[in-house]
Design a protein around this ligand. Structure first.
Ligand code: GLA
Length: 729
């Protein structure tokens, strides 16, 4: 049993062998949070909720006399709450804010009912963690707002073998009128103190997900995107770690939002030094009117806990994503394929002969998927036109011939699309300007010469789906690169009335999920890679549909090494689309080593490779087939040395059976050839492993206590290398 309920004390306990999550329904019907951390067999409510501060009193609305708070251990501003209220004495801010009939924003949800069930239901219309009845249980608690007949259903799922709590919230309007929501967050977690560092992953185009840490101090830190997608600027994922926590020791918590649109994670330390982490839909452009009897499902949140450092925290998230989020199980267990993509070499300048030359050379470098990128449709010879007109430019390319040739050569064929977008210079926009989002009477920002289609509207969405379906019905395409290359501005839907404009952004994301759902259901065998100007939409929401996301557009191996290191905190390397590029000053061996710690693939012209580079790539083919699937795609990741704190990056991926491992080492500045050691974790204590750096066999304990001696062998600047370890009998 993973969830128990103590009727007398009204205490819920969600637990597995490692973690406990306790909550209590107090005398006033408020849901108080008690504890989230390492497993605790029991909890002392009084000791946890005791406050050495004055009692809380209220003015009785009937008698106009002072009444004392019946629950001795509650204080609005320092109690830990599961669903904080708005407008009362707790000044830390509500999770849900209803604009009430009387005009106030006072919102206060109180307990009604609960149920516990095996398994975990999927969310309707939104991506969510999957969980079978043999691996998890779900608690649902029903609450009601004190001023209106609006109900809130909060769900908590716990797994037997994963140290996570998955939370979600659904609102139900039981009133006879429309109810306006000013704010609708998915979850909130109160922590009793503020002794944490907040680690988050801001960035920019070509510099996505950089690791940044801030010491929590009084006040609020907000991690958010109001770009309409999860964005390059931030990622819907963060970690709270204790000051002493490192890769292998100490406490850490993480928060991931399973959502791909504008989001916010607020981390608020109040005047009594307690911390409130709350997260959900960003409030810019958000106001949602619920019609009578309408319900609103809000995005899911994954909260994880580790008492053994950041490494364990990340490995837990990697397992959760691979086992319970990705749809195409087969792609997780089998090779994803090595892609050769034409983009970085050709851009828009290609024809049938040129593409066939690419395909002809692909096998020689070990690729087994060819992806034809942007430029094959409409009259698109640069990025200023044709998005929305998804018919083949037959004057430029004979697509059937290319697809057939690709298959004859034993390769899978992939194609690029940007379905959510329209170019003003397109037949689609000329015929249906109202299909694009944009405020009437205002000059619309054109980012990369494009506008965004209003796929929150069913008519527009059906049109887009028809375009995709036509293409996939006509050609035998095996792989889709689904791109998205601009952010939202001047948000307005021509299909919504003025009172519903605040629904546009959330409705858009629901529309996107509907399209992705249609695609994966109609074409279950087509591999779906997503991309947003590189890694601009890298989140758990997208991973429900697509098992690979392009990590970044940068062709710089040094940039990519930082990207892969920091991405690994919240996401497994198996989903990190990463290629070897040609336009970079580092050696091909370095670029390959970096791309190997991701999905691996190429974005260059194979005909332009030197003999030496070709040999390097050949060598990598053998390493890929022997190690990539077991170690990188399905193995356990150990971060060994941080490029943010030292001159080196060190990471190891160990196969689940601990029989082999691949270590990535990168040196940034040139070093003198002094003795340096890289300790490797994750190996068996009672086994020996031979490594291909010094050719010696060492025991598991030797690797973790002494390490690989990398002196002299790896001293040049910006040089990366893969080191292979194999168990010996
Ligand atoms: C985006 C992608 C690139 C490429 C171009 C094509 O920038 O990130 O990989 O597909 O679009 O226009």
């Amino acid at each position: 049993m993973l969830i128990s309920y103590d009727k007398d004390r009204r205490v819920f306990h969600l637990h597995n062998k490692d973690i406990s999550y306790y909550l209590v329904v107090d005398d006033r019907g408020m849901l108080q949070h008690l504890y989230f951390g390492s497993y605790l067999p029991d909890i002392d409510i009084e000791a946890i909720t005791y406050h050495d501060i004055q009692k809380t009193t209220f003015l009785d609305k009937e008698t106009h006399s002072e009444k004392e708070e019946p629950f001795r251990y509650f204080h609005p501003e320092s109690s830990m709450l599961e669903v904080p209220s708005e407008g009362g004495a707790d000044k830390r801010g509500g999770m849900i804010v209803i604009r009430q009939k009387n005009g106030t924003a006072f919102t206060d949800f109180r307990y009604q009912d609960y149920s516990i069930a095996k398994g975990k239901p999927l969310l309707k219309g939104l991506p969510s963690i999957r969980g079978g009845s043999d691996e998890c249980e779900t608690l649902e608690i029903k609450l009601k707002d004190v001023l209106s007949n609006v109900y809130l259903l909060v769900r908590y799922s716990i797994f037997s073998d994963k140290d996570v709590i998955v939370r979600s919230a659904r609102l139900e309007n039981g009133t006879k009128e429309g109810v306006c929501l000013d704010k609708a967050f998915s979850a909130s977690l109160d922590l009793p103190d503020s002794d944490y560092f907040l680690c988050h992953f801001p960035g920019d185009w070509e510099q996505e997900r950089r690791f940044v840490e801030n010491r929590l101090a009084d006040g609020k830190l907000v991690i958010h995107s109001n770009f309409g997608f999860s964005s390059h600027a931030e990622n819907p994922f963060c970690i709270l770690r204790r000051p002493g926590t490192d890769e292998r020791h100490g406490e850490a918590l993480s928060f991931s939002l399973v959502y791909s649109g504008s989001f916010a994670i607020d981390v608020d330390v109040n005047r009594w030094k307690s911390t409130r982490v709350s997260m959900g839909l960003d409030d810019e452009d958000f106001a949602y009117t619920l019609s009578p009897n309408e319900s609103l499902q809000l995005p899911e949140v994954v909260m994880s806990y580790s008492a053994m450092g950041l490494g364990k925290l990340s490995r837990g998230l990697h397992d959760l994503i691979r086992d319970n989020l990705l749809k195409r199980d087969s792609y997780r267990k089998e090779e994803q394929g090595i892609v050769l993509n034409s983009w970085e070499d050709t851009y828009f300048d290609f024809d049938t002969a040129k593409i066939m030359k690419y395909i002809g050379a692909a096998k020689d470098i070990g690729a087994n998927v060819f992806v034809l990128d942007d430029g094959w449709f409409g009259h698109r010879d640069n990025d200023s036109s044709s998005l929305g007109d998804w018919h083949v430019n037959t004057a430029k390319i004979d697509l059937s011939k290319v697809v057939d040739f690709c298959h004859e050569k034993g390769l899978r064929f992939g194609i690029w699309m940007e379905p959510e977008i329209v170019s003003p210079d397109s037949d689609l926009f000329r015929t249906h300007p109202e299909y694009a989002l944009g405020i009437p009477g205002v000059d619309l920002s054109l980012i990369r010469h494009q506008l965004i289609l209003d796929i929150g509207n069913e008519k527009v969405r059906d049109y887009v789906w028809q375009q995709i379906d036509n293409l996939f019905k006509k050609y035998r395409i095996d792989y889709l690169k689904w791109d998205f290359n601009r952010y939202f501005t001047e948000v307005y839907s021509h299909f919504l009335g003025s009172k519903d404009q605040g629904k546009t952004m959330f409705g858009y994301v629901l529309g996107l999920y509907d399209l992705l759902d249609r695609f994966t259901k109609h074409y279950p065998d087509v591999f779906l890679q997503t991309c947003a100007s590189g890694g601009g939409r890298f989140d758990m929401g997208m991973l429900y549909y697509s098992s690979q996301i392009q990590g970044s557009d940068t062709s710089d191996a040094v940039d990519r090494s930082f990207n892969l290191y920091s991405t690994s905190f919240g996401y497994p390397l198996s989903v990190l689309g990463s290629h070897v590029f040609s336009n970079d000053s580092t050696s091909v061996a370095t670029r390959m080593a970096i791309a190997f710690f991701g999905t691996y693939g190429f974005e260059f012209n194979p005909d332009r490779l030197s003999e030496e580079d070709r040999d390097e790539i050949k060598k990598a083919e053998t390493v890929y087939s022997a190690y990539h699937l077991d170690c990188i795609q399905n193995g356990d990741l150990y971060r060994l040395s941080s490029p943010y704190q030292s001159n080196y990056l060190g990471m190891a991926c160990v196969s689940k059976d601990q029989k082999k491992a691949v270590v990535l080492f990168m040196n940034y500045r040139r070093e003198t050839p002094l003795s340096r050691f890289l300790k490797v974790y994750g190996l068996k204590d009672d086994s020996y492993y031979v490594n291909n750096l010094d050719g010696h066999s060492h025991s598991g304990p030797y690797y973790k206590n002494v390490g690989l001696n990398i002196s002299k062998r790896l001293t040049r600047g910006n040089e990366a290398r893969l080191i292979l370890l194999d168990e010996v009998d």
